[in-house]
Ligand binder design. Structure first.
Ligand SMILES: [Zn+2]
Length: 188
């Protein structure tokens, strides 16, 4: 892990929630270490747990739009892309940032984002926590690639996230004790 300069920051993001099982655990861990993050929430999950949308914001994090049902947006008509986003907007409230599912995007998808005033946000460090990685592998993906301003991708929904939570219990103390700030994505 590189030694951070004063003010060096990692931007944490969590996708595919909210999940009644995993999101509260992630929120508690972030709170313990005074860390904030951006949560790209799926509309249909948020509709099932609207209290978690509020909790995420109340605890100082930002909420981004991750579509209604997590499709590959490049396979949809512009009208359907818009529907995926506005339907989610109705549940999560105002979001400034959008993350296309799987990071798959193209010019016509981006045109709809722009129309709706949403800034597209991808990531720099993929922990691959969605791919059955162990807590150790997730943590070392972040520790080995940490550099100031990098956006880190993890998940608080969409499956069993016990390894992500476990990875955070190691990562958050190590990073904060080393002097890294952990924040949500600026402008989201
Ligand atoms: Zn996703």
């Amino acid at each position: 892990m590189p030694v951070p300069e004063p003010g060096d920051v990692l931007y944490f993001s969590f996708d595919d929630g909210p999940s009644p099982t995993w999101t509260p655990r992630v929120l508690d861990l972030l709170g313990t270490y005074h860390a904030t993050a951006t949560f790209f929430q799926i509309g249909q999950e948020a509709a099932r747990a609207p209290d978690l949308v509020d909790q995420v914001r109340e605890r100082g994090h930002s909420v981004g739009n991750h579509t209604w049902s997590h499709p590959d947006l490049t396979t949809l008509s512009s009208e359907d892309v818009r529907e995926q986003l506005t339907r989610t907007h109705d549940v999560i409230g105002l979001a400034r940032c959008v993350r296309p599912p799987m990071g798959v995007t193209n010019a016509s998808v981006q045109e709809v984002f722009t129309d709706l005033g949403l800034t597209e946000q991808l990531w720099d460090i993929d922990t691959r926590d969605w791919d059955h990685r162990s807590a150790q592998e997730i943590a070392s993906a972040v520790l080995s690639q940490a550099r100031s301003g990098a956006v880190v991708l993890m998940h608080d929904g969409g499956g069993d996230r016990s390894q992500t939570v476990e990875a955070l219990t190691e990562l958050l103390p190590r990073l904060t004790e080393a002097g890294w700030q952990i924040r949500g994505i600026p402008g989201c």
